[in-house]
Ligand binder design. Sequence first.
Ligand SMILES: CSC[C@H]1O[C@H](OP(=O)(O)O)[C@H](O)[C@@H]1O
Length: 324
Amino acid sequence: MRTIDWVDGAIEIIDQTALPAQLTVRRLTTVPELIEAIQSLAVRGAPALGVAGALGVALAAQTSTGAARDEQVAAVAAARPTAVNLAGGVDRAAARLPEGAAAVLAEALRLRDEEVASSAAMAARGADLLQERCGPAPRLLTHCNTGGLATVTGGTALAVVTELHRRGTLGGVIASETRPLLQGARLTAWELGRAGVPYRVAVDSAGPFLLARGEVDAVVVGADRICANGDVVNKIGTYSHALGAVRAGVPFVVVAPESTLDPQTPTGAEVPIEDRDGAEVLSFDGSSTAPPGAVGINPAFDVTPADLVTAIVTDTRIIQFAGA
Ligand SMILES: CSC[C@H]1O[C@H](OP(=O)(O)O)[C@H](O)[C@@H]1O
């Protein structure tokens, strides 16, 4: 099942806010509906956002013209600031606007198909690397959600996990829950369960201690933007796991398609970090967890400096960092 696709003239997505309780497909027929879905994380994950951005341009080209269309295109690109794929997907499809709506859609569908192929390539390349570096049955820690739900299908870091399971060489996997929106506990757990992969869920702050206790052979995560110097921008909590990995002497491996590399941005210091509503921190499953008057702080991403990264696995290469 694809996380996002173009079906009969509209965008269809799996509504990730309803998982794991309900598997719901939503049909988006207007650009404002798409923007709301992006901002509420009904559709999320860097590669999926890239395809959403490109299909958003196709939707704008199909439903509006002139300045109104251009405003809608700009609004899609600005829906979330951190994952480079979103604006990248918009730019790629928008370059075809002079050729007409059909050309825009064709470009968006090419991007969709490229992301599908990228997932398969990263799965094999990443599994080979981890087996080489960590022995025949690596025990992994992963953060946030990087499965098919974060892409079109297949995933990035989680595709490596499921590939090792398919090979019969996965020693185990711990998914950190990923507060406050629980992409790990809700989405990664759901995907691993469906794939028949045994897993355990840990609170985010347990990661460094589990590493210190020798329970993890490698940390494997995705990315939302990889800067020119190798700094990795990813879900909040990634940096803590990287520090724990280096302290424990185990590899910290990032799995991301080439479309997430951003050579135009020199370092992580220049990346806009999405600050989400603090109320997300102060509630759980719809119930408030803090007293009236509490104020939440809610950066959605952090920056892992390149010197903490062992390797970046993309769909076409492995970038090794000597420092780690
Ligand atoms: C394979 S990219 C997944 C990437 O996106 C997530 O962010 P969000 O759930 O806010 O879209 C997280 O950073 C994942 O690593």
